[in-house]
Design a protein around this ligand. Structure first.
Ligand code: ADP
Ligand code: MG
Length: 350
């Protein structure tokens, strides 16, 4: 029968392929990678491999990395308040062991070009390690995802096209927002050769990343957003904020002009970030859509928006996948956003 671990693991990667790819990419970023390559086989149904050139895994951690709740990223409970890494729950690799065939090849700077191939039992216990050639970094190969949850697997097979589109969406978001990190994405159909999907060049700006991902033509139809406004202190906590920077909010990114018929190159693409981390912000999407309606445009805009604000101004981790963000003073914030965005469009030459 199915173990509790398998079922709980299914919840951790609740968004299916999207969660898997997100966790693996974030592990690469946490390891200071400047290059992340993602290789899909059959849109991810057969295999997902994420190859980074980051720090690699230290041999003393081989036995632990796939154990439930083990993480190298926290040293004390107090650190939870100041986590700067993406992952801190130690659940991704453990869940993948329970749900797929997982294989890791890794090498630290001092070991390369010698590396180690690691295989695990379903429980997360290290099954085997062997020497292999490897460059500095880590390659995580996930095959047959959800093989232990037949109903989830069937569901994934049925919805693979839609799932794959969603995964590419999240990869585009990371590739756009991560400056100085080169992303390359490939897919290999069941019968056929590996083909590139998109790639960025390790650019120093988000602008160049967006151009790489969506094309120079798409970029030319976008208005750069660089909104900055001060929050009116409505909460006691906010009022007490010592540094003035704690009251400032910046919204940086790109948005399609509110002109009927324009911005069709990338319709319905809406990517939100809080301090550079992809997340769901339906409240912000709603506010921006309202501004569009004000300009009598009903088609939904392309949005690539990084909300930069003090970490005291929001809560993360309210959902299992950490992507839902609770903004304090949300109503105020959305009002200020609508005013600034309306000004931006009014002042922008059309
Ligand atoms: P978490 O990221 O929350 O620590 P994971 O299950 O994602 O949990 O990873 C477990 C541990 O494995 C990490 O803490 C890290 O030490 C190691 N690890 C995983 N992926 C990588 C990687 N790409 N590069 C270096 N170390 C990694
Ligand atoms: Mg992780």
């Amino acid at each position: 029968g199915r173990s509790v671990h398998q079922i709980q693991s299914g919840q951790v990667i609740s968004e299916g392929l999207t969660s898997v790819v997100k966790e693996l990419v974030e592990n690469g970023l946490d390891a200071h990678a400047t290059s992340i390559e993602v290789r899909f086989k059959s849109n991810g149904l057969d295999a997902i491999e994420v190859i980074d050139n980051g720090d690699g895994i230290s041999p003393e951690n081989y036995e632990s990395i796939a154990l439930k709740h083990w993480t190298s990223k926290l040293t004390s409970y107090a650190d939870l308040d100041s986590v700067t890494t993406f992952g801190f729950r130690g659940e991704a690799l453990s869940s993948l062991c329970a749900l797929s065939d997982l294989q890791i090849v890794t090498a630290t700077a001092s070991e390369a070009p010698k590396g180690t191939k690691l295989e695990f039992e379903m429980s997360g216990k290290l099954k085997s390690r062997s020497v292999t050639a490897a460059q500095k970094g880590t390659a995580v190969l996930v095959e047959n995802i959800f093989k232990t949850l037949p109903v989830r697997r069937k569901e994934l097979e049925r919805n693979i096209k839609r799932e794959y589109t969603k995964v590419l969406g999240i990869l585009q978001a990371y590739a756009g927002v991560c400056v100085g990190v080169k992303f390359s994405v490939f897919n290999q159909p069941a019968k056929g050769r590996r083909t590139p999907v998109f790639a960025t060049k390790g650019n120093p700006t988000v602008r160049e990343n967006v151009s790489n991902v969506f094309g120079a033509k798409a970029l030319s139809a976008l208005v750069p957003m660089n909104l900055e406004f001060e929050m009116k202190p409505t909460r006691k906590g906010f009022q007490k904020a010592a540094k003035p920077s704690e009251k400032m909010i910046k919204i940086v990114g790109f948005i399609s002009r509110p002109v009927v018929g324009e911005g069709r190159l990338a319709p319905d693409r809406q990517m939100f970030f809080v301090n550079g981390r992809p997340c769901m912000l339906p409240q912000v999407a709603r506010a921006i859509n309202e501004v569009y309606k004000h300009f009598n445009v009903t088609q939904s805009p392309f949005i690539f928006a990084d909300i930069q604000l003090d970490t005291n101004a929001y809560d993360v981790n309210v959902s299992p996948d950490k992507r839902t963000i609770l903004l304090h003073d949300q109503a105020e914030m959305m009002e200020s956003l609508k005013v600034s965005l309306t000004d931006l469009f009014d002042n922008h030459e059309q």
